[in-house]
Design a protein around this ligand. Structure first.
Ligand SMILES: [Zn+2]
Length: 424
């Protein structure tokens, strides 16, 4: 029953706020499934615990009067009807699987914020023109099965269902087998499901918002990523008898290139990122001059052109180092993920909602991948970030403030209403 029948629908809707306490309680309840002693959550995809989490979320959706569809990769879609069922739904979603030492908020927040949007609309008897839909995507984390963002990736046809089904965990169990075992292999063909617009609410998983003391990050896009393996080859020799001038020390040359990776990212501020996270030194012996060093290079930036430029600069530095030192340096591309800019309409909807609600907000970029990246290939998409404590995620100590959790869900509510249209 609409208690505000004396007001025009847009005016009544503008005053809507989610029930932050209810959202927080639901987050805490879901976090009990797979709770770890340190206060985190271990709910790996397609395990018995994942099934319990899925069952609980779907039970909540049905209680809220939503219809449920599961597709062949186990993605769950919970729909609240709109006046015009021919319109594609305005969708939000994220994932409820976690890392082995995950937190309560990563992914789970995006799904439950969507559920809270629906509960709020129900409370106030608001009808939308387009349907509202909440999705949980299978295996976003990629911890048990590779590739990451599997459910949304299959949905967006970034790779095939067969490829995803065949992925195995360390025990040799397949995605297909595990989906069948937990009863989440649905009927619907992935992607056979148009989307009007997609929003995803997520903790930032980085320190920028907290550092700036800002409540809402209006996400502009997701950084493009290039992964390289770099091998520097010199010559092993005894650390004592070999004079400095006559050495072919692979590690000394490698460290110069490692510094260049960081220097390059600094030159490409503000969105450039350069990381050497993995190093193998051969033979890794205290009194042997290293003959071979293999290390990873992770480069990111806001556009593919910018990240490719960074890669060119690192390769040029490698060529010069190889010339100067006489050592061989080989750089191989391992993986490449395109940058994904979000849609101006969705970015603006998020920005307007944050402004109208009176929340401090700033443009943000995502350095991590999200299901929204694949959704953005199918429909206008955008993301809403909220701060998390010390920027820490993929960690049991991951934490977020209730007022930020509430604020992000309010922004989601109003961004979605803008796109879905309020009837009454
Ligand atoms: Zn996530």
């Amino acid at each position: 029953m609409n208690t505000r029948t004396d007001l025009p629908p847009q005016t009544a809707a503008a005053a809507l706020r989610v029930n932050g306490e209810r959202l927080w309680q639901s987050l805490m309840e879901l976090a009990q499934i797979g709770a770890t002693p340190k206060g985190g959550v271990c709910r790996l995809t397609l395990t018995d615990l994942d099934k319990q989490g899925r069952d609980l979320v779907l039970a909540w959706a049905r209680e809220a009067g939503m219809s449920v569809t599961i597709d062949k990769i186990g993605n769950g879609f919970m729909r609240r009807a709109g006046r015009n069922s021919a319109l594609p739904p305005i969708m939000t979603g994220s994932h409820i699987d976690t890392q082995p030492t995950g937190g309560k908020f990563d992914g789970n927040y995006g799904v439950l914020a969507g559920l809270e949007v629906v509960r709020t609309l129900n409370d106030h008897g608001i009808e939308t023109e387009a349907p509202i839909e909440v999705a949980f995507w299978t295996n976003e984390e990629g911890s048990r099965f590779v590739p990451v963002m599997m459910g949304s990736g299959v949905f967006a046809k970034a790779f095939t269902l067969e490829h995803a089904y065949a992925a195995t965990d360390t025990e040799g169990k397949t995605v297909r087998g595990e989906l069948e075992r937990i009863g989440y292999i649905g009927e619907q063909e992935p992607g056979d499901h148009p989307i009007g617009a997609y929003f995803e609410t997520h903790i930032e998983q980085g320190p920028v918002l907290e550092d700036a003391d800002v409540t809402i990050g209006v996400v502009q896009g997701v950084l493009g990523i290039r992964w390289f393996d770099c091998t520097v080859t010199g010559m092993e020799a005894h650390a004592g008898p070999t004079p400095m001038a006559l050495r072919r020390d692979a590690l000394q040359v490698a460290t110069h290139l490692m510094q260049e990776v960081v220097a390059c990212a600094l030159r490409h501020a503000p969105h450039g990122r350069g990381t050497v996270g993995m190093v193998h030194v051969h033979p890794n012996s205290r009194n042997v001059i290293p003959g071979r060093v293999k290390f990873s290079i992770d480069l990111r930036n806001g556009s593919d052109a910018a990240v490719d430029q960074m890669a060119d600069e690192v390769k040029a530095a490698a060529r010069k180092l190889a010339e100067d030192s006489g050592l061989t340096i080989q750089i191989d591309l391992v993986s490449s993920y395109p940058a994904q800019a979000f849609h101006a309409d969705c970015i603006n909807a998020v920005q307007r909602a944050a402004a109208q609600l009176g929340y401090s907000h700033m443009p943000a970029v995502s350095g991590a991948g999200h299901d929204a990246v694949y959704a953005a290939r199918l429909a206008p998409a955008g993301m809403i970030f909220i701060p998390c404590k010390d920027g820490i995620s993929h960690n049991e100590i991951e934490d977020a403030k209730p007022e930020h959790i509430t604020a992000g869900a309010n922004v989601l509510l109003h961004a979605m209403l803008e796109r879905a249209g309020v009837v009454r």
